[in-house]
Design a protein around this ligand. Structure first.
Ligand code: GGG
Length: 366
């Protein structure tokens, strides 16, 4: 008898719709596990960290939270942000605490157009659109460097510094990651997002490293585009995109634009990777906690489920990852759509459709 391979997963649903979409992703992974005939299993541990935890303990996660997480194979995350905690406190206290301290320096955010989901882009009906935003996830504008001072001068005189950090090493590793990813794709191209006309230190270093790294990948096409022009390109010429590499803030903004163009922020998946695997990587939908719809059972689970597919890839379960992605497509094509993408289905109905599609594809294969 073959031994079951066990993957340990720390789940942190955290705030708002994070609770519903993590539960949805777990249901899909339960189905994948059940269909594996004992080949592999997921061993879940759930952590109740987040803004409710903050209300009880005055912090977003346990003091030794990183120690508790460090030996898991992966972290499955929901969303962070609630009205009882200032946004910068909740973000730095939980999500960024994990991404920064576990050196999850590569954040991949695929932009996928799904059948049955209307895009605000008319072009999406005519062209095959599929690109991935690679976000530098450890430094740039999110380095957390700066401070506030001079408040003693009185009201209206305070000063704040928010300093972006660009290191040659940080730029080089994310760019090599982007080029290696481009080599695995049908269109071998990397677009670098810059703003070096205005930001003459950090972004000029970014451009120089990009040119140097590009020279090692002569088989991959390149372009360097200002962030303002890139946002126009996302809308006007998205068919020219394959891998888009950008600094922390620029990539965050562009990936929201990308998922909105695909139909909804609720669809977008992401993986925060520590490629060296010194620490667990973290998988989460791009969207936040959505307080306006939380607890109503209507949130879109697809971003979280597609993030679970990225986690399967991370475990080396590539066939299963493709099956989950195909099941998502089958569900949307059949009209299992939440309200944000023009349907009337609730979260559970969409999960039911995805789980059914997984079962149907397995039945067809035997
Ligand atoms: N699941 C992603 C999430 O909770 N995001 C909350 C957020 O505000 N993130 C800001 C950022 O990642 O830049």
């Amino acid at each position: 008898m073959t031994q079951t391979q066990v993957f340990t997963i720390a789940s942190i649903p955290a705030d708002g719709v994070g609770q519903e979409v993590v539960a949805a992703g777990r249901r899909v992974l339960d189905a994948v596990q059940a269909q594996s005939a004992g080949r592999f299993a997921f061993d879940w541990t759930e952590f109740d960290w987040g803004s409710d935890y903050y209300a009880r303990h005055g912090r977003m996660m346990a003091e030794d939270g990183l120690e508790q997480l460090k030996d898991f194979d992966a972290i499955y995350f929901g969303a962070v942000g609630w009205e009882n905690v200032p946004d910068h406190v909740s973000l730095w206290g939980l999500r960024l605490n994990i991404t920064q301290n576990f050196d999850q320096w590569a954040n991949i955010r695929p932009v996928r157009f799904l059948p049955g989901v209307e895009s605000p882009l008319r072009k999406a009906d005519r062209a095959e659109l599929d690109w991935v935003v690679v976000r530098e996830n450890s430094e740039g504008e999110y380095a957390g460097l700066g401070g506030r001072n001079l408040s003693g001068r009185g009201p209206g005189n305070e000063v704040a510094l928010q300093t972006a950090l660009f290191t040659e090493k940080g730029c080089e590793r994310i760019m090599r990651f982007a080029f290696d990813l481009a080599r695995t794709r049908a269109v071998k191209k990397v677009s670098s997002v810059t703003k070096s006309n205005a930001q003459q230190y950090g972004m000029v270093l970014w451009d120089e490293v990009f040119a140097r790294v590009a020279a090692d990948y002569p088989d991959v096409a390149t372009e360097s585009v200002l962030v303002d022009a890139m946002s126009a390109k996302f809308i006007l010429k998205p068919e020219e995109l394959s891998v888009v590499v950008a600094s922390n803030l620029n990539a965050d903004i562009l990936s929201d634009l990308g998922s909105a163009l695909a139909g909804s922020l609720g669809l977008a998946a992401s993986a925060n990777l520590n490629p060296e695997r010194r620490f667990p990587s973290m998988f989460e939908p791009v969207h936040g906690s959505a307080p306006d719809i939380a607890g109503q059972g209507i949130s879109n689970p697809i971003g979280a489920i597609a993030s679970a597919a990225l986690m399967l890839d991370h475990f080396g379960l590539h066939e299963e990852a493709r099956r989950v992605e195909a099941a998502i497509e089958a569900a949307t094509a059949a009209g299992a759509l939440t309200r944000d993408i023009g349907g009337t289905a609730g979260t559970d109905e969409v999960v039911d459709a995805i789980v059914a599609a997984l079962g149907a594809d397995l039945a067809a294969a035997v």
